[in-house]
Ligand binder design. Structure first.
Ligand code: NAP
Length: 815
C-alpha cells in the first residue's frame, strides 16, 4: 500500500491524558478556593461564590470567590506593604525568586497543563507544548532582566502596585506576560483572572508560595468585572495592565484618565493572513490551520482574515477545505485532537451569531463534514467566502474558529486590504519571494509580523498592538518600560478631580475668538507712519497660510504691553495641518521612508540655522517673558543642543535583533507612530518646542505643533529656520492659538496617531479620556512642570520611546 493511501485511511485511536491528578488537587481543596492575598488563602465570610465548569463536559470543577471592595482593598494593601521591601530588594535576589518560580512551573508542568485544558477547553497538546513551556520561559527570561536591572536600567525605578486584569483565552500565558516583567522590575501585583478561567491562576499562586516568594508580592483576586473596576479605580494602584477586548479597554482608558496611573492595553484584533501566488501553498494551508484553529480561534492575534491572490484563490481554497475535512474536534484531554471546546456557551452563541451575520451579509459558509462530540461547547472550523471587505463579519473580531476570506490582485492591493481595519495586532505574510514578503511586512501596520510562519511567541520578543489593538508591549526589553518610571519622576498625583459621571462634556477646549484691543492709532511708539504688519500666519504644508477663521490674538510682553499678534487657529486649521502631516508621512518616499541619515542631516541643518540666529531668538524670548538676555541665550543654546542630540539619534534607534527561540531572525523595528499632535508648555517656549519636535521628527513622525499659548513668537519665528533647512513640506506644521481648543481637535481627530500634551491637569484628563475613541497613544504632563533645561527631564530615551512603536518581524530560516 502507498504511504499516501495509509494517510488517507488511518484512524486515530483515543490518546487520553488522565485528569486524575487535577481531580485530586481539586478534592484537596474541597473544590472551593479562596483569594490569594499575602501568600494566604482567604475565604471572606459571607462572600458569594462562582462556579468553574469544564466546557467540554459541562462538569462543575470548583467554586471560587467573588471578591468585593473589602477584599480588593486588602489585596492592594498587601501589595503596597510588600512593595516597600520588594522594590529595594537587589535585582540578583529578585532574579533568584523568579528563577525558583520558573523551576516550580516546570516541576508542576503536567498538572498546570491538564488543569488549563479542563478549565478552558483548549487541547492538551497546546497547553502542554505551548502555554506551559512559555509560562516557564517568561519567568526565566525575566529572572535574567531582574539580574541585569541594576546595571542595565539604572535610570529607572519600579512603578509601584500594579493592577493586572487578564482574559480567558490563555489564562496562564497572559498571567506570565503580566506578572513576570512586573515583579522582575521590583513592582508588586494584584491580578484578576477572567471569570471563566480562574483555576490555573490559583494553582499558579500555590506554585509561587512554594517558591517562597515574600508575602504580598503576587496577589490573586478572583471576581467579576466589578472587582476589575475596583482594581482599576483604586487610588493606591499605580498602573493598570489589561488584556482583553477593545470595548473594555476603552472603559479602562476612561476610568484611568487624568489619574496619573500608567496604563497598558493589549486588545483585540482581526489579523490578516496574506498568501501570494508564489507561496508554498501546502505550507500556507498548514499556516492557516495554526492561524485560525489554534485554541479554537480564540486568539487575539488569530489570522482571521485570509487574503489570497486572486489567480490562486480557487486552488488554495480547495486545498484548505480538503484540509478542514481532516481536522479533529473533540475532548481537549485527547492528545490527538486539533480543536477542543469553546470556553463557554455564551461565547459559542456569539460565534454562531457571527456566522449567521456572515450569511446575511451574502457570505458563503463552509463547514467540513466532521464529527463533533454530542455534548459540550464544540464549534466546527468555519470558512466564509464571498464577503465584501466592509462587511461586519470581515471587520469585527469574532474570537472563534471562523475564517473569512477575500482576494487581491497586486501587492499594493494586499497591503491596502490588510490595513483596512481599525486593529493592528499581527499579520502573517506568505511568499517565496523574500523581498516581496519583507516589503509587505514592513508596510502592514501591526505589532507582530510573521513571514512564512504564524502565531510565534517568545518572551524575548515584545507583543502588542498598533491602533485599536492597544498600546504597550509585553515581552522583550521593550516590555520592561511598561513597569518602569524614570528615576527622577515621582508618581504623578494630578490636582484635578474628574466629573463624577466620568463624562468629558465640559467647557474644556471651548474658545471664542475675540478681537485683541490694539493701540488706537496703529502706530508703533515714537513712529509717525503706521507700523509694517508682521503678524505671522500658520505654518501648514511648508507654507505660511492665513488662519481659517481670520482671527488673531494678541501676544503680551513682559510689562503687559502688546508685542505682536498671531493667528487664532481653529478646528479647520488643525484639520488642514493634520492633512499636510499625513501627506508628508505617506508621500513616496514619505518622511518615515527617508534614511535616518537624511533626517539627521536635516536636523543638524535646523540646529545650525537656529544657532546663527541665536541673539535674535534670545531677544525674542526676553521680549515675551521676564527673563534676562543671558538666560534666554542659554535657552537658545540648549535648544540647539537638543536638535543636535536628536540629529544624533535619527540613525541610531532603529531597533534590535531579538534573541528568541526561533531558528531564524526576529527583528524588532522601532517604527514611527505616525502623525503626532504636540501641545507645548508655556515654560521655555523655544526649548520645550525644540525638545518635543526634534525626537518626533528624528524618528520619522510628522507633527502638528501647538506652540506655547502665552509665548508663541519664538515658534512663529521658527518658520524661517524650517524654511531654510530643507525640511520637506508637511513634516512640521505649526498652528497657534488657544492650546486646549486646538488640542481638543487633535485628540478627536481619527487620523492623529498620538497626542503629547504639556498643559493643565484638567487638559491631561480630557486628552486621555477623549483618546479612547480610537485608542490613540497619549503622553501628558498632568499639570506638573518639567525642568526643560535639565538634561534628565528635558531629553533622553523616554522621548524616543514616545516617538516610536515596536514592530517585531519573524523570519524563519532554512529550507
Ligand atoms: P473582556 O471581556 O474584555 O475581559 C477581559 C478581562 O477584563 C476579564 O478578566 C474580565 O473579567 C475583565 N473585565 C470585563 N469588564 C471589565 C470592566 N468593566 N472593568 C474591569 N475589568 C473588566 O475580554 P475576554 O472576553 O475575556 O477576552 C477576549 C478579548 O481579549 C478579545 O478581544 C481578545 O482579542 C483579547 N485578547 C488580547 C490579547 C493581546 O495580547 N492583545 C491577548 C488575549 C486576548 P470577567 O471575566 O470577570 O468578566
Amino acid at each position: 500500500m502507498e504511504i499516501s493511501e495509509i494517510f488517507k485511511t488511518m484512524q486515530y485511536g483515543p490518546a487520553p491524558e488522565s485528569p486524575t491528578a487535577v481531580q485530586a488537587w481539586l478534592d484537596d481543596h474541597q473544590r472551593k478556593f479562596g483569594l490569594f492575598i499575602n501568600n494566604q488563602w482567604i475565604i471572606p465570610e459571607g462572600a458569594s461564590s462562582y462556579p468553574s465548569y469544564n466546557p467540554a463536559s459541562g462538569e462543575k470543577l470548583a467554586d471560587t470567590v467573588q471578591a468585593g471592595q473589602k477584599e480588593v482593598d486588602q489585596a492592594v494593601a498587601a501589595a503596597r506593604q510588600a512593595f516597600k521591601t520588594w522594590c529595594t530588594t537587589p535585582g540578583v535576589t529578585r532574579a533568584r525568586y523568579l528563577y525558583a518560580i520558573a523551576r516550580n512551573i516546570q516541576k508542576h508542568a503536567r498538572l498546570l497543563a491538564v488543569l488549563e485544558s479542563m478549565d478552558n477547553g483548549k487541547p492538551i497538546r497546546e497547553s502542554r507544548d505551548i502555554d506551559v513551556p512559555l509560562l516557564a520561559r517568561h519567568f526565566y527570561y525575566h529572572a535574567g532582566w531582574a539580574q541585569l536591572m541594576d546595571k542595565e536600567l539604572n535610570d529607572y525605578q519600579p512603578v509601584g502596585v500594579i493592577g493586572q486584569i487578564i482574559p480567558w483565552n490563555f489564562p496562564l500565558l497572559m498571567l506570565a506576560w503580566k506578572i513576570a516583567p512586573a515583579i522582575a522590575m521590583g513592582n508588586t501585583v494584584v491580578l484578576k483572572p477572567a471569570s471563566y478561567t480562574r483555576l490555573s491562576a490559583l494553582l499558579f499562586a500555590e506554585v509561587v508560595a512554594e517558591a517562597g516568594l515574600p508575602p504580598g508580592v503576587i496577589n490573586v483576586v478572583t471576581g467579576s468585572s466589578q472587582a476589575g473596576t475596583m482594581i482599576v479605580t483604586h487610588p493606591d494602584v499605580d498602573k493598570i495592565a489589561f488584556t482583553g477586548s477593545t470595548e473594555v479597554g476603552r472603559i479602562l482608558r476612561h476610568q484611568t484618565a487624568g489619574s496619573g496611573k500608567k496604563l497598558s492595553l493589549e486588545l483585540g484584533g482581526k489579523s490578516p493572513f496574506v498568501v501570494f501566488e508564489d507561496a508554498d501553498l501546502d505550507s500556507a494551508v498548514e499556516g492557516v490551520v495554526d492561524a485560525i484553529w489554534f485554541n479554537q480561534g480564540q486568539v487575539c492575534c488569530a489570522g482571521s482574515r485570509l487574503l489570497v491572490q486572486e489567480n490562486i484563490a480557487p486552488r488554495f481554497l480547495d486545498k484548505l477545505k480538503e484540509r478542514m475535512q481532516h481536522l479533529r474536534v473533540g475532548d481537549p484531554l485527547d492528545k490527538c485532537i486539533d480543536m477542543g471546546a469553546i470556553v463557554d456557551q455564551t461565547q459559542w452563541d456569539t460565534i454562531d451569531s457571527w456566522v449567521k451575520t456572515g450569511l446575511q451579509e451574502g457570505g458563503e459558509v463552509f463547514q467540513p463534514d466532521i464529527e463533533l462530540p454530542a455534548a459540550g461547547c464544540f464549534y466546527p472550523p468555519t470558512l466564509i467566502t464571498g464577503l465584501d471587505p466592509a462587511a461586519a463579519t470581515v471587520q469585527e473580531e469574532i474570537f472563534g474558529p471562523v475564517l473569512v476570506s477575500l482576494t487581491f490582485r497586486t501587492p499594493a492591493e494586499a497591503i491596502e486590504l490588510a490595513n483596512n481595519t481599525r486593529y493592528g495586532l499581527a499579520a502573517s505574510v506568505w511568499s517565496d519571494n523574500i523581498n516581496l514578503a519583507l516589503d509587505v511586512a514592513s508596510k502592514i501596520k501591526a505589532g507582530s509580523l510573521w513571514v512564512n510562519c504564524t502565531n510565534l511567541f517568545d518572551a524575548a520578543s515584545g507583543f502588542g498592538g498598533y491602533r485599536e489593538s492597544g498600546f504597550g508591549r509585553e515581552g522583550g526589553k521593550e516590555g520592561l518600560y511598561e513597569y518602569l518610571r524614570p528615576a527622577w519622576q515621582a508618581r504623578p498625583r494630578p490636582d484635578f478631580h474628574p466629573p463624577e459621571s466620568g463624562s468629558s462634556k465640559s467647557a474644556w477646549g471651548a474658545h471664542t475668538p475675540t478681537r485683541p484691543s490694539l493701540p488706537a492709532n496703529g502706530k508703533a511708539e515714537g513712529e509717525s507712519l503706521p507700523a509694517v504688519d508682521r503678524t505671522p500666519k500658520m505654518y501648514i504644508g511648508g507654507k505660511q497660510v492665513r488662519p481659517d477663521g481670520n482671527y488673531t490674538r494678541a501676544v503680551f510682553g513682559r510689562k503687559g504691553e502688546i508685542i505682536g499678534q498671531v493667528g487664532d487657529g481653529n478646528r479647520k486649521d488643525i484639520r488642514d495641518a493634520v492633512e499636510a502631516a499625513h501627506a508628508a508621512h505617506t508621500a513616496r518616499p514619505g518622511w518615515a521612508m527617508r534614511h535616518g541619515y537624511n533626517r539627521s542631516q536635516i536636523l543638524y541643518f535646523i540646529a545650525e540655522n537656529l544657532a546663527t540666529r541665536r541673539d535674535e531668538f534670545a531677544r525674542r524670548i526676553v521680549s515675551m517673558n521676564a527673563g534676562s538676555l543671558k538666560s534666554a541665550q542659554v535657552e537658545v543654546d540648549l535648544a540647539v543642543e537638543r536638535l543636535f542630540t536628536y540629529a544624533a539619534w535619527a540613525d541610531k534607534y532603529g531597533g534590535s535583533v531579538q534573541e528568541t527561540t526561533l531558528r531564524g531572525i526576529t527583528v524588532a523595528l522601532n517604527e514611527p507612530v505616525g502623525v503626532i499632535g504636540i501641545a507645548c508648555p508655556d515654560e521655555y517656549p523655544l526649548l520645550a518646542f525644540a525638545s518635543l519636535m526634534a525626537p518626533a521628527i528624528a524618528r520619522g513622525n510628522t507633527v502638528v505643533m501647538v506652540p506655547s499659548e502665552k509665548y508663541p513668537l519664538s515658534a512663529t519665528d521658527f518658520y524661517q529656520v524650517l524654511d531654510t533647512s530643507d525640511v520637506p513640506p508637511g513634516v512640521v506644521n505649526i498652528v497657534t492659538g488657544n492650546r486646549d481648543h486646538l488640542t481638543k481637535t487633535l485628540v478627536q481627530h481619527e487620523d492623529v496617531d498620538s497626542v503629547w500634551y504639556f498643559g493643565t491637569a484638567e487638559g491631561s484628563y480630557q486628552v486621555e479620556y477623549e483618546s479612547a475613541a480610537n485608542m490613540k497613544r497619549t503622553w501628558v504632563s498632568y499639570g506638573i512642570l518639567r525642568k526643560w533645561n535639565s538634561e534628565t527631564e528635558g531629553s533622553g530615551e523616554g522621548f524616543l520611546h514616545e516617538a516610536t512603536q515596536v514592530k517585531n518581524i519573524w523570519v524563519p530560516t532554512g529550507e
